[in-house]
Design a protein around this ligand. Structure first.
Ligand code: GLU
Length: 512
């Protein structure tokens, strides 16, 4: 029987969405899309002590930020809900009764001390330490007596003893285990709460899940779950237990790295598409020579079987580089939209609303120069306001040549006499035409612009230097210092143009 592919991401809301969880979600989502099936979000919140609404909110926000959308889930509903496990307790109770009635589960009354004592005894006998199955074979009367004495027990799964089990794994191949090595695990706690493995099987079955991609730390759970599927007369989904994400040095990801909330990357100025692309590469590759790809390109190629067999390394430097690449690929309007939340006071909201052409051109100056959107805030501070304070590097640049102040005064006169608009032109088309697009080659020729744009400004500055016998390479540093207060920044004549004649002349004269 072939059934419609259905995959799920099943986070426990006990913390934010981490790198590992994000990768699991992404692979399940991609596999569902690539197979033309459904992607579900199920919330495994049966650990009441550690689950919080806040974690759930952050996980959903993290997934949405990455652009992972689910067809069914707690917030969007669906035919096989509810999608929060704590709203499905009656379903688990029904399955528990059935498994008891059919002999696959039994009630165990052992106290934690007794369980521990049994474990130690087995260990002392040189056996694998686990629950010693002491209540597995009680008679009905013995069980009734213990229940009367001790109250409700926990429900345990009656693992078949001495049976080899083969789990076909899409990532690891066939994995074999003797089931006697697995204990009679707890399905339901005395308080009636199901454990992860039990609820997971019931839900994967009820929700028609066909494939499960998850971290290899769940491999042994895969056996427990597959055996329970068998007890229920069903076949387990196809599992792919994928290798851990490793740190840069090839060791386990440090706790600090592993615990990072995926939304922290948003705060740091990463683009979701870049993070998505990079996380995808942590265990899967698009092709030998192409690391950057769109979602559609990825979906056209993605196959669960191609997920790597060995752990891949997380390297934030590489992610940062990739982000820079994504920043450069954005069209200008998208770059402005993406960068807007990061500029803070350096470029207030009013500027975006009232001078969109100016803002777009400020952004144009930086698109080739930043890797993280958060770099914009400290870079663009000079573009507004009348004066500017010089930082230490700028002050040094100004002091380097004894004639520098005279150059600034002379250049201020040149600008004053030039066709540079008094302030940044309100006519967006004129400004865009005059403005430097990323490479010099894109600048309009001398006849094109209706006002002196960066190209004309550069020509007149060079003429001024020639006339005065000033080395152009020396001239630009004090001028940049006076205009921007820093020693970095975009092309100098882009800066002059953005400032407009009045402010540029005033800033030059303030330092002359
Ligand atoms: N709630 C489990 C976890 O977060 C899900 C594991 C699974 O996908 O089965 O690890």
């Amino acid at each position: 029987m072939t059934s419609r592919p259905r995959l799920r991401f099943a986070p426990s809301p006990t913390g934010p969405l981490h790198l590992g969880g994000a990768r699991t979600a992404l692979y399940n989502w991609a596999a569902a899309r690539a197979l033309g099936g459904d992607f579900l979000l199920r919330i495994e919140d049966t650990d009441r002590a550690r689950s919080t609404d806040e974690s759930l909110r952050i996980i959903l926000e993290g997934l949405r930020w990455l652009g992972i959308h689910w067809d069914e889930g707690p917030d969007v509903g669906g035919d096989r809900g509810p999608y929060l496990q704590t709203e499905r307790l009656d379903i688990y109770a029904r399955y528990a009764e059935r498994l008891i009635a059919e002999g696959f589960a039994y009630e165990c009354f052992a106290t934690p001390e007794e369980v521990d004592e049994g474990r130690q005894r087995l260990q002392a006998e040189g056996k694998r330490p686990m629950y010693d199955r002491r209540h597995r074979d009680l008679s009905d009367d013995e069980r009734a007596a213990l229940r009367a004495e001790r109250g409700p027990g926990s429900l345990r799964f009656r693992m078949p003893l001495d049976q080899e089990w083969t789990l076909p794994d899409l990532c690891k191949g066939d994995v074999r285990v003797n089931l006697a090595e697995l204990d009679d695990w707890v399905m339901v706690r005395p308080d009636g709460m199901p454990t992860y493995n039990f609820a997971c099987v019931v839900d994967d079955l009820e929700m028609g899940i066909t494939h499960v991609v998850r971290g290899e730390e769940h491999l042994m759970n895969g056996f427990k779950q597959a055996v329970m599927f068998d007890a229920l007369g069903a076949t387990a989904p196809l599992y792919a237990h994928i290798p851990l994400i490793l740190g840069k040095g090839g060791k386990k990801l440090s706790k600090r790295e592993a615990d990072v909330n995926i939304l922290d990357y948003r705060a740091k100025g990463y683009l979701p598409d870049a993070v998505f692309n990079y996380i995808t590469l942590l265990g899967w590759s698009y092709s030998g020579d192409q690391d950057v790809f769109t979602r559609d390109e990825m979906l056209a190629k993605f196959r669960i079987d191609d997920i790597g067999k060995s752990g891949s390394k997380f390297d934030e430097e590489k992610l940062r580089w990739m982000n820079g690449d994504y920043v450069r690929r954005l069209d200008r309007a998208a770059f402005v939209d993406a960068g807007r939340p990061y500029v803070g006071d350096a470029l207030p909201a009013a500027a975006f609303d009232e001078q969109p052409g100016f803002v777009a051109n400020v952004f144009a100056c930086y698109q080739e120069r930043v890797e993280l959107l958060s770099e914009l805030a400290e870079r663009v501070g000079w573009v507004l306001g009348e004066g500017v304070e010089l930082d230490e590097a700028a002050q040094k640049n100004l002091a380097k040549h004894e004639d520098a102040k005279a150059w600034l005064a002379g250049y201020a006169d040149v600008l004053e006499a030039s066709g540079l608009p008094a302030s940044y032109p309100a006519d967006r088309a004129a400004a865009d035409a005059a403005f430097a697009l990323p490479s010099a080659a894109d600048r309009p020729g001398p006849d094109a612009p209706p006002c002196d744009g960066p190209a004309q400004l550069e020509a007149s500055a060079r003429a001024f230097c020639d006339e005065r016998g000033i080395k152009f390479g020396h001239f630009v540093h004090p001028v940049r210092a006076a205009l921007t207060g820093t020693n970095k920044g975009p092309g100098l004549f882009d800066c002059v143009f953005l400032l407009g004649k009045e402010r540029a002349v005033a800033r030059l004269r303030a330092q002359a």
